[in-house]
Design a protein around this ligand. Sequence first.
Ligand code: PLP
Length: 350
Amino acid sequence: MKRQSQIRRHFASDNYAGICPEAFAALADANCAHARSYGEDHWTEKANHLISELFETKCEVFFVFSGTAANSLALAAVCQSYHSILCHESAHVEVAECGGPEFFSNGAKLLLVPGADGKIDPTALARVVQRRLDVHYPKPRALSLTQATEMGTIYTRTELQAVVTAARAYDLRIHMDGARFANALAALGVKPREITWEAGVDVLSFGLTKNGLAVGEAVVFFDAELARDFEYRRKQAGQLASKMRFLSASWVAMLEGGAWLHHASHANAMATRLAAGLQPLPGVDIVFPVETNAVFARMPEAAVAALHQTGWRFYTHVPAGTCRLMCSWDTTAEDVDEFVADVKLCLSRV
Ligand SMILES: *Cc1c(COP(=O)(O)O)cnc(C)c1O
């Protein structure tokens, strides 16, 4: 059994991992001379340009410090205080942002939609919207969907089309929470435009922190009208970085050489390996399809306790009673194999 002191990489979260070499080198590069502040530096200009190039359309790009800020401010830009936002019942905006979207929109209400494997069911979406359309209830205005989802699954292009079509029937604007957009894209092997603006997405919270950056997420508007005055909204929320280059330089480094997709593919491959190792073990159930960098597994409580005792860190509360195992850009095949070996040992002792 692996000893606690030997465990260097955990499966708790992809943001347990540190900064990837490309992003780290970019920080040193950006640190070599004085540069203009508040996003007027050339790294930020370059990052904006690269993002438009990546999506093959002119984008309005704003860097912020966290995914919560990206989601909250993007949704606030879309909604008035009397609007509602439809999202999956397990969406990060609902369960992990402390009411940020409601707060920054001055009161927009989140309406929760069910659906298997963390994905919004288009029929359920229509039902939730239709439940109330009178003036005594908030007016449905936006759909927020997560790609890849909180369960590590992905909307295929067909599924995306179905859910967007259902939303468009009610004139909803589309927000995509892309904290793990890279993992989804790497898994789908499509062009970024095909699962964003071409599919009807108006604004994307584009994250790279979980994929190897120190900090810095991008709010990417495909509809320039929605981005009007967004710079003021960002500043008021305390999300305008004075030394913006230390956010954007890493973006440039990741996008320019393709490291962002390379790291995401690697993390996905490690999850596939992990699932393949766990799947055959008696007592272990994989509970969601493994499509990106997450494996959700159920196993006997005593085995989970023994693994935690050994020193392995992973969550058992999202969803409750399930082991959430996240792979990162720096997870190695050896890490996966050692973990699987320890699971075997722990299972044999319970
Ligand atoms: C991690 C994550 C975020 C961003 O979270 P922050 O901690 O605010 O950076 C947003 N959405 C999803 C689905 C996430 O997993």
